[in-house]
Design a protein around this ligand. Structure first.
Ligand code: NI
Length: 253
């Protein structure tokens, strides 16, 4: 079930069968000359939406709207990037979680598509848990952050597909996933150099100076629709098995 395409009585009925919700979360940021600005929110949304369709016949999954703006200050040197500062992002995550928790969702699973979000999402979880910790109470929520590339089977598949030139930003794997889902958005661009440099991430001007076209170590031109579909299929299976384990997790009595 998709939360945004449901009515409130349907959500109430769903909560009698499951209290797990998946939130795709990402970022709107430059992805080099071949990657779409939405790559990091599209990838988790594409995977979670496909998994939700597969699950319709058996145990229904609840899919929340995509949280599509993240912490991307280092990409602000490139046109089109939109970023929340870490403190804003944490506050927004907390409000999303508390809204869903108020209705009875108690297993909240963020499927993430942006490495730059990880520290802030984990900090937001600690902030939520701390309200209970200081008051000597047990938080009723089980919160999980999972990067889509860490789903079972995905990293080894991508490593096999792209042994050289995968890199860490505007990677052929993430771009392939978006090309598979949106084949009319495929870009043909001559990349120079094929494999750009790698290095640390600091502020936006420093990033632009180190990584002039936005890519970090990634030959985006290796992305194809066919490879992207293979990655999606593997990630969907991985997500379905991971969600099953996550939903079964219980707090100690
Ligand atoms: Ni990305």
């Amino acid at each position: 079930m998709r939360l945004a395409y449901s009515t409130w009585p349907e959500i109430t009925a769903f909560l009698n069968t499951s209290k797990t919700v998946i939130i795709p979360i990402g970022s709107n940021e430059q992805h080099g000359p071949m990657g779409l600005l939405g790559t990091d929110w599209m990838c988790p949304e594409i995977i979670a939406t496909a998994a939700e369709k597969v699950a319709q016949g058996s145990e229904a999954l609840m899919l929340a709207p995509t949280f599509n703006i993240g912490m991307a200050q280092h990409h602000l040197g490139f046109a089109g990037t939109i970023s929340l500062r870490p403190s804003t992002f944490m506050a927004a995550i907390e409000d999303w979680v508390l809204s869903l928790a108020r209705h009875g969702f108690d297993h909240i699973y963020f499927l993430n598509g942006h490495g730059g979000n990880i520290a802030t999402i984990e900090a937001a979880f600690s902030q939520i848990y701390s309200h209970y910790s200081y008051n000597n109470k047990t938080c009723p929520l089980t919160l999980r952050l999972k990067n889509w590339w860490d789903l079972p089977g995905v990293a080894s598949l991508c490593h096999g597909m792209f042994p050289v030139g995968h890199g860490s930003h505007a990677t052929p794997s993430e771009i392939a996933v978006t090309y598979a889902a949106y084949p009319d958005q495929v870009r043909e661009v001559e990349l120079t150099p094929k494999i750009p440099p790698t290095g640390p991430i600091l502020d936006a001007l420093d990033y632009r100076a180190r990584f002039p076209d936005g890519r970090i170590g990634a030959d985006s031109s290796l992305a194809t629709i066919e490879l992207g579909q293979q990655i999606i299929d593997t990630a969907v299976a991985g997500l379905l098995s991971d969600i099953k384990l996550f939903s079964a997790e219980q707090k100690p009595a």
